[in-house]
Design a protein around this ligand. Structure first.
Ligand code: ZN
Length: 307
């Protein structure tokens, strides 16, 4: 265990679960791999989208709060998530979006590759990043907006094993790209410093619909997760104990720039409580909340997941 094996999942807040479902399964071509509830607040859905099995490194998850106020990207928050695409896949995605009359920005060039950006129904920036030097499916990267990227870069490099890929200044600010070594899905983290507004006041992010709640990295197994927990604690980070999230085990800590990080295990995965063929079709509740199923089904907002 010398380096993080890429992203495991990215979790964000949204308002309407139906609009969220329609966007990620329709426009983005993802599969709903788990329909469950927020284990800490079971009156709220927790929706997981990914590839056919919900493999680590392909997963986006959402907590829908129908009355949520919009969030705002800013310092101390993850502000964008990108899916990877081969050059041909990137062309196909552009064609598909143009044919579907979808609004998107770009393509722009970033580190010599094309990237285009969409807004999901809640305004979250979802990018498609052309990829020639890593996996072309699943997640490509997250972008963290930071007032001072240096301490976060030290954590990612010195503790988590990332390496510096390069830096460039684009329309949105100064971007430092870090990569996990090897061929990991979601192996890229961009640290973005945006120009100060003329007022000089820092643009602090605000949580709400369309805001990313946390960024989860992979641990291949429990031993590797234990190792990360010890290494992070030795580096001075306040790391939670291991929490059972049913589909993986999780530890959480706040990185120096303010973004909540998680390290989640690959196992047991989304087929622990339903077969791969029917993933995401039924509302799944963990044993602790199962006795409340009737009440929970009554209070959850409607969501039609039929294709
Ligand atoms: Zn998570």
């Amino acid at each position: 265990m010398t380096a993080i094996a890429g992203l495991h999942h990215v979790t964000a807040l949204c308002a309407d679960p139906q609009a969220n479902f329609d966007f990620y399964t329709g426009r983005m071509g993802q599969r709903l791999v788990k329909r469950t509830v927020n284990f800490d607040a079971p009156d709220v859905h927790h929706l997981y989208y990914g590839d056919r099995t919900g493999a680590p490194g392909t997963v986006m998850t959402f907590f829908p709060f129908p009355d949520a106020a919009p969030g705002r990207a800013g310092d101390g928050m993850a502000r964008a998530v990108a899916y990877a695409a081969s050059p041909a896949g990137f062309d196909a995605a552009m064609d598909r979006l143009a044919r579907g009359a979808a609004d998107f920005d770009g393509p722009a060039e970033r580190f010599g590759r094309r990237v285009l950006a969409l807004s999901d129904p809640d305004g979250l920036t979802v990018e498609i990043a052309e990829t020639t030097d890593g996996p072309c499916d699943g997640l490509h990267s997250v972008t963290l907006q930071l007032a001072d990227p240096a301490p976060t870069a030290r954590l990612l490099i010195d503790v988590m094993g990332f390496v510096e890929h390069g830096a460039e200044t684009g329309a949105d600010g100064e971007r430092l790209r870090l990569r996990a070594p090897g061929d990991a899905r979601g192996g890229v983290v961009d640290l973005l410093r945006v120009p100060r507004p003329a007022s000089g006041r820092p643009a602090i992010g605000r949580s709400g619909a369309g805001a990313i709640h946390h960024v989860a990295f992979r641990a291949r197994d429990a031993a590797e997760q234990r190792g990360w927990r010890e290494r992070l604690r030795a580096a001075g980070f306040d790391v939670t104990p291991v929490t059972d999230r049913r589909y993986f085990n999780a530890i959480y800590f706040r990185e120096p720039g303010g973004v909540l990080f998680e390290i989640a295990t690959d196992q047991p995965g989304f087929t622990i409580d339903e077969p791969v063929e029917t993933l995401g079709q039924a509302l799944k509740l963990p044993p602790v909340h199962a006795p409340q199923r009737a009440r929970i089904e009554r209070v959850l907002p409607p969501l039609d997941t039929k294709p």
